[in-house]
Design a protein around this ligand. Structure first.
Ligand code: PLP
Length: 379
């Protein structure tokens, strides 16, 4: 038996190709979850299959005690034309955030990290404490005091907790799990002002929004934030576990040998896959297509769903349909109709198709969603 920590749906998926996955009974579904923003190039992308095959015949694992030109190359690809200059590879989003928290505290010598209501940063002890959702923390006893969580997009609340012990402000540029809420340009400016004037570090958690998900390489590029630290995972590996933390040059000396580490982080298989993903996604034509598909998806949803009942939010292919009521039953109905989607908060259906989704698949998904959502309800 497995622990009961997931509300698993009674569907056993056994294979996939592109956006389509098949269950053990041979039923096909359009996967508009991408394994929760992970399978960025779709299932079984030939280039990824090839990358794993080629690397698996050479070297599966090498300790971080040895040099890694492959990690260096991936780091350079991730940081090209950005203000970041150093990278650390790990295995997941929570781990990347743990690294960011440690780096910020060690660099500044200060303790407090400010995070925001409805945020999600992961399930490890530090990342859980950083997360701005009570339900995630329930039953786990006293949380780390290092985090002060204030309402999102609320400048007065942020100013109220500023003191001399603040090491960093940590945010998702668009809150994914919390219901697809983007940082407003005004609030981004307040964060930047505080960071610049008080020597506070800005950490963006782009575990869900990074690597093309929002139509640019990173979501922060769209709103004027200039983070000191950024965390990545999910879409970076296209389905293979990998996380990353990028930092600016001034942070370099803080993480000297022996300060932080992981056995598996930057594993050759993971790096080979991530390099393939990044080479595809960061190509200009690819991101242009993501934006075209995003515009088509948003337009079709807005045309089909009346604005008084549904609020369509998001950027790129991270789209939320706020149904203003609990969406659990809609998610089940979509699944029965052959469309996999995921909940965000209680009221939001989250659409996260692979970045390689086709316009035809977008049309099919919108048809399923409208047929379910527009049925009059007595609840
Ligand atoms: N940060 C954000 C914004 C996330 O969405 C998630 C996962 O949903 C995490 C961190 C945690 O990532 P992981 O599950 O890989 O530890």
């Amino acid at each position: 038996m497995l622990f009961n920590n997931y509300a698993r749906r009674p569907v056993h998926l056994v294979k996939g190709e592109g956006t389509v996955v098949e269950d053990a009974d041979g039923k096909n579904y359009l996967d508009f979850t991408s394994g929760i923003a992970v399978v960025s190039l779709g299932h079984a992308h030939p280039a990824i299959v090839n990358a794993i095959q080629v690397q698996s015949e050479k070297l599966w694992h090498v300790s971080n005690l040895f040099e890694s030109p492959e990690q260096e190359k991936l780091a350079a690809s991730l940081m090209k034309d950005t203000h970041f200059s150093h990278a650390f590879f790990c295995n997941s989003g929570a781990e990347a955030n743990e690294a960011a928290i440690k780096l910020a505290r060690k660099h500044t010598g200060k303790s407090t990290i400010i995070t925001f209501g409805q945020s999600f940063h992961g399930r490890t002890f530090g990342a859980m404490a950083a997360t701005g959702q009570e339900k995630i923390k329930q039953g786990f006893g006293p949380m780390l005091e290092t985090f002060k969580t204030v309402p999102f997009n609320d400048p007065a609340a942020l100013e109220a907790v500023m003191d001399d012990d603040v090491a960093a402000i940590m945010l998702e540029v668009i809150q994914g799990e919390g219901g697809i809420h983007a940082v407003t340009p005004e609030f981004a400016a307040v964060i930047s002002d505080n960071c610049n004037s008080k020597g506070i570090l800005c950490i963006v958690d782009e575990v869900q929004t990074g690597i093309g998900r929002t139509g640019t390489r990173y979501a922060y590029e769209q709103n004027g934030l200039k983070p000191d630290i950024m965390t990545l995972a999910k879409g970076l590996g296209g389905g293979f576990p990998i996380g990353a933390m990028l930092g600016t040059g001034e942070l370099f000396d803080t993480f000297g040998p022996g300060t932080h580490g992981t056995t598996f982080g930057g594993n050759p298989l993971a790096v080979a896959v991530a390099q393939t993903v990044v080479d595809f996604v960061f190509e200009e034509g690819f991101l242009k297509e993501v934006n075209e598909k995003s515009a088509a998806l948003i337009r079709k949803l807005k045309e089909s769903l009346p604005p008084d009942r549904f609020d369509i939010r998001g950027q790129g292919l991270l789209i939320g349909i706020d149904c203003k009521r609990d969406v659990a039953s809609f998610i089940r109905q979509a699944e029965e109709a052959g469309l996999l989607v995921v909940q965000a908060g209680t009221d939001v259906i989250r659409l996260l198709p692979p970045l390689t989704v086709t316009e035809e698949e977008i049309d099919q998904a919108v048809d399923v969603l409208t047929s379910i959502l527009l049925v009059p309800t007595t609840i």
